[in-house]
Design a protein around this ligand. Sequence first.
Ligand code: MN
Ligand code: MN
Length: 303
Amino acid sequence: MLVFGHKNPDTDTVCSAIVMAHLQNKLGNPAQAVRLGDLNKETQYVLNHFNVEAPQLLEGSLEGKDVILVDHNEFGQSADGIGEATVKMVVDHHRIANFQTAEPLYFRAEPVGCTATILYKMFKENGVEVESKMAGLMLSAIVSDTLLFKSPTCTAEDETACRELAAMAGIDLNGYGMDMLKAGTDLSDYSAGQLLGIDAKVFPMGAATVEIAQINTVSIADMLTRKNELEAQMQAIISEKGLDLFVAVITDILNSNSQIIALGNRTDIVEKGFQVTLVENTALLEGVVSRKKQIVPVMDKSA
Ligand code: MN
Ligand code: MN
């Protein structure tokens, strides 16, 4: 059984895959976590901190393989060839879309801020002890997805779970959490292509195909010094993938705002949805930090 999260893996996707594989092994179901891409710096920081090995990159065909999906369900965000695998289980906290299986499965989706919050409940429900390292991975996933409880996606359940896990792992949440989030914003050595690939997802919206890439930063102004470079790369991706719209979301994790850069022939989706006028392809969205809760639904409605 292979366990994996989405493409362009983030901390929740990687940690939840490792933790889910661990839980399945404890329950007597041999499972192995794999990843669908390179680790970002935040996730590298987390795995180093808790001395956990990174999952291997998924290689080879999925034909005839049993898989568990965590932190995603849309096939467009999953492994290439996911249609040839047998999806046995999904544990997720995103919208359900573009998902179909031939066979019955265990499907658990809850509108919480992080997959790891659901996994923590599964440990409790199954009476499986949470080892310190697993607690560290789960709390890191929650810190990442909720931006240390500041994202509107964060629920009381996420915060409670995170604080319980921090006590188990002996972690000072504020200190560790900020260090971890900042580790993910150290991007000066990244090319424009790498920046856009850190956390990009493709969404069908109405008749349009839209890619939304999110980049966390502690300074929007610093990131905007690379605007021309980013736009050239976005244009190249639009042509290559035949996208109708590419939105780069530069999120200030300290002040909880996002600057967007939008290119393509359907920038009307952005202007209509957020009631903004793009000036030189960009606009500031105050108070917006969550793609899942504050960006995708708004754009979907105006697509
Ligand atoms: Mn994720
Ligand atoms: Mn997540």
